[in-house]
Design a binder for this molecule. Structure first.
Ligand code: HEM
Length: 173
């Protein structure tokens, strides 16, 4: 390469537009590396799932599982089926939009579209309209697809089922 060619190449490399482009590329590379580094730090591993439980609860016993226990477990009941909704804690946990259902019989609220806590000792929901009953059933089906079944909500005087020697395929019933 002649001196003249070298001088032209140098002039081109150091032209303002090229310097701006180089600076921009360096900045982009810096941002990419920085975002990779940050995402490594900011995404914590998901918390380990709680051990599954299989047990029937009275309304009073269920109340304890509103997400405020140290283990953070959240249970709720729909149509007397109790679900472990801990993985939906952002919905039902303390301060969540549906925390009123946590640890409660959510049947009436889900059926009538009201996010409200049931404070009854037992709600037999027999005065719901057919549409409301259908709506509660739909919610139950949705929960069956998404969450584990824990057991049944016990009517006053009803005895809990012993699930100790239950096989895997019976658990979803
Ligand atoms: C303006 C009205 C409402 C809006 C905009 C709304 C919006 C939402 C949204 C965006 C989600 C999250 C869905 C997802 O990420 O999977 C959700 C979940 C939920 N909504 Fe609503 N909602 C409304 C009213 C209601 C009402 C009236 C009820 C029942 C009384 C209700 C019960 C629920 C429940 C139980 C969940 C959680 C479902 C689950 O565990 O996967 N919502 N809602």
């Amino acid at each position: 390469m002649s001196d003249a060619e070298q001088a032209t190449l140098w002039a081109e490399l150091t032209s303002p537009i090229n310097l701006v482009l180089v600076a921009f590329i360096v900045y982009l590379i810096y941002k990419i590396i920085q975002s990779k580094f940050e995402s490594d730090i900011e995404v914590p591993p998901p918390p380990p799932a709680l051990p599954k439980i299989r047990k029937d609860f009275t309304v009073a016993e269920l109340k304890e599982y509103d997400g405020t226990r140290p283990d953070g477990r959240v249970l709720l009941a729909v149509n007397t089926v109790i679900f472990d909704v801990t993985k939906g804690k952002r919905f039902y946990g303390p301060g969540g939009p549906y925390s009123a259902f946590a640890g409660r019989d959510a049947t009436r609220g889900l059926a009538t579209g009201q996010v409200a806590s049931s404070d009854k000792d037992w709600d037999d929901v027999s005065n719901l309209s057919p549409d409301e009953v259908a709506s509660a059933k739909e919610w139950e089906e949705q929960f069956r697809e998404k969450y584990d079944i824990v057991g049944r909500l016990l009517k006053p005087g009803e005895q809990p089922t012993n699930y100790d020697d239950e096989t895997e395929d019976k658990k979803s019933q």
